[in-house]
Design a binder for this molecule. Structure first.
Ligand code: ADP
Ligand code: MG
Length: 501
């Protein structure tokens, strides 16, 4: 993937260097209104239709804190095992950029609402890695720029730019890890698994849809190398623009291999932002990284301190839902599956689908079997995510019900599912159109059995001679004659009865 870059072989990187990593994750809260004004915080909309004097930075407009935003920030903080500050502050982070009409972003600086926490992350082999959280703070999102006249919407070569302030002021929580040390070869994996766990967590908390592809969850990954056996951190780069879990992993890996080559060849690493390139998994240089001093942070005089009394925090704590890792452990026990089987179904993206299928009436064994075996294979064949297959958990549960009632055999059930996947209609439409229902007409089946027996006297002789396996050929012939729709149990019963006569 990255063959054309001057990268050090991964194993060699690890012989020489020890990676140190820091992840900054921005989560857009799904509150109804913005962080400091009453405009809708909804994604999209006609450009500049979700705006007001505050989010446009008009003179004299004053911000008012969104209480829900604060409550949800506390929720995230609690779920991340953070301390919650009884009093925290909003600060102004000053810089000019046209997507931000006030010329400063309201953020939190030295007094974040939540700090000193951790998230236990399950890695691919089931091992747990504790990622320590430095802080989770509240801030506001910026607007969106669309550049016209250049190549693929980029600023480079553009002749004009459009500003849409719908997103300006949407509540954001920035979650910053402490430096992650000691992960070695697993650093890229730790990064991916951490972001996956965080995404699952905020979704379970109901505070964000955390869609990396739509920007409601955004990741910056900081990485530096130090020679093996040394303590002092090297210079870090901060890679932005990462919008999938796979890219998080690749961005870390690429930076490890790139930085190792630069340092080993006698060069030095600049503290800079870098941009992740989705096309080939590389990172390219961005701006020289500014330091905190450059932003001239100061407490925002328009906003009072945020007071979170202990009693309120405890009230919020009891509203926390069952957290994802607790829920997973409970389900694993209820279903009686191994650690490995559970991990596989989670990694396959089947967990929520299985749960939904069970909620629609299927047994856990059936639901797991469909999603983990047959449907995962179909998803692979079609190169789509399991959740994007055109069959719903309710439809899978319906198929399970038909099997349970003896109306479909397992084989016919798979054909019904195939029909739904191919867009032939609902389960009952596919069953009707493909004529899948098991033939319950015992007379028709009996006739098919009689015909098959009459046509195969040698096999009948074998069955009568005690060779029960020989019956398979008769079952096959009956199935062929009924186009697979005969109830196999009934067919076997009839063969046994007739041969015994
Ligand atoms: P910035 O304002 O530059 O974005 P933050 O403090 O918000 O800085 O985030 C920096 C992130 O990088 C944190 O996760 C921190 O733990 C991590 N970090 C700090 N120094 C290093 C380093 N030398 N190498 C790798 N990561 C680092
Ligand atoms: Mg930062």
């Amino acid at each position: 993937m990255t063959a054309s870059y001057d990268l050090m072989d991964y194993d060699e990187v690890l012989e020489r260097f020890d990676p140190v990593m820091g992840l900054e994750v921005h989560v857009e809260l799904a509150t109804e209104t913005k962080m400091f004004s009453a405009s809708s915080a909804e994604f999209g909309g006609e450009p500049n239709s979700h705006v007001d004097p505050v989010s446009l930075g008009l003179p004299g407009a004053l911000p008012v804190v969104n209480a829900k935003g604060v409550e949800w920030a506390i929720k995230i903080g609690l779920a991340l095992n953070c301390k919650i500050a009884e009093s925290s502050r909003f600060a102004r982070k000053n810089y000019f950029y046209p997507d931000q009409p006030k010329n400063y972003q309201i953020s939190q600086y030295d007094e974040p609402i939540a700090y000193d926490g951790y998230l236990d992350v399950v890695l691919d082999d089931g091992e747990t890695w504790r990622v320590e959280i430095e802080r989770a703070h509240m801030e506001e999102d910026t607007g969106k720029l669309t550049h016209l006249g250049g190549a693929d919407g980029r600023l480079q070569g553009a002749t004009s730019s459009l500003v849409d302030c719908n997103r300006a002021g949407v509540p954001l929580i920035e979650i910053v890890t402490k430096p992650i040390e000691g992960a070695g070869a697993r650093a890229p994996e730790v990064a991916r698994c951490y972001v996956a766990a965080l995404r699952e967590l905020v979704k379970a908390l109901g505070v964000s849809d955390a869609r990396m592809d739509q920007g409601s969850m955004r990741v910056d990954s900081n990485l530096s190398l130090r020679p093996v056996g040394t303590e002092e951190f090297g210079t870090r780069t901060e890679t932005k623009n990462i919008n999938s879990l796979r890219s998080v992993e690749q961005a870390v890996r690429f930076e490890m291999q790139r930085q190792a080559r630069v340092i080993t060849d006698g060069g030095s690493i600049r503290q800079e932002t870098r941009h992740y390139q989705e096309t080939d998994g590389s990172t390219t240089a961005g701006r020289i990284k500014e330091t905190a001093e450059d932003y001239r942070y100061f407490n925002d005089p328009d906003l009072p301190p945020v007071i979170a009394p202990k009693a309120w925090v405890e009230e919020i704590r009891v509203t926390l839902p069952e957290l994802p890792w607790v829920r997973k452990a409970r389900l694993q026990q209820e279903w009686g599956v191994s650690d490995e089987a559970m991990r596989d179904l989670v990694n396959a993206g089947a967990l929520e689908l299985i749960i939904a299928t069970i909620e629609q009436g299927a047994s856990s064994a059936e639901a797991r079997s469909w999603w983990v075996a047959y449907l995962t294979q179909k998803a692979n064949e079609r190169d789509v995510a399991l959740a994007d297959l055109s069959i719903t958990p309710a439809q899978v549960a319906e198929v399970c019900q038909l099997v349970k009632e003896g109306k479909l055999t397992n084989k016919l059930a798979r054909q019904a599912v195939d029909g739904v996947l191919d867009g032939e209609g609902t389960v009952s439409e596919v069953v009707a159109a493909r004529g899948l229902e098991v033939v319950r007409d015992d007379g028709a089946i009996e006739q098919a059995v009689d015909e098959a027996l009459a046509a195969n006297p040698d096999i009948v002789a074998k069955i009568q001679g005690g060779n029960n396996k020989a019956a398979g050929a008769i079952v096959g012939a009956v199935m062929k004659a009924t186009r697979g729709k005969a109830d196999p149990a009934l067919v076997n019963k009839l063969i046994a009865e007739k041969c015994a006569q």
